[in-house]
Design a protein around this ligand. Sequence first.
Ligand code: 5GP
Length: 193
Amino acid sequence: MSKHDQRAPLTFVICGAGGAGKGSIVARLVELDETLWLSRSWTTREQRPGESDNAYVYVSRDEFDQHIRQGGFLEWAQFFENRYGTPVPVAPSGSDVVLEIDVQGALQVREVDPAAVVVLVLPPNRSEQRRRMQRRGDTDDHVAKRLAKSDAEEDVGRVLADLVVVNDDLDRTVAEVAELIEGRRADCTPRPI
Ligand code: 5GP
């Protein structure tokens, strides 16, 4: 039995406003650590052109709402006109869970799992944040809406977060988050008597 098999999976929540770079951080974390399991969210929004089929489970509003009624989500939130939700996680044995979600979802996860570790990712500044959203093809209207929401999202995230990282250098940011993950795992690992 590995040390990890002796404890329940930990949940690491990576949250932040649009364009903060949560997706790049999470992709790197799971690439570097095969015992981190990334949950795939459900969404009612349409797949963006060029977006991977695996980015989300794309469902209709009816399917989403039925899943809510069946108790199938750990958390879910309405984000602008669409719904997003984390299915109740079933991580492979020996893995910890990573969620890439918005701050409303992070609040809910913390409520159901007080031991969940929350990381708030901040963009270096609003112009870089705008550039990142434009680069991935978001419409001007959508970018403007997400920028307008960012201050409020970050205020909530700061109160909640165990770690706040400014994502100006991906390698450094990933290293900071990985260090937090390792530290939390070490705290939870039973020490030999
Ligand atoms: P996007 O449409 O840009 O992919 O995502 C919009 C927002 O929803 C992002 O902040 C993203 O992190 C968040 N999001 C993605 N999946 C989930 C989820 O399962 N739950 C919650 N609460 N937010 C999510």
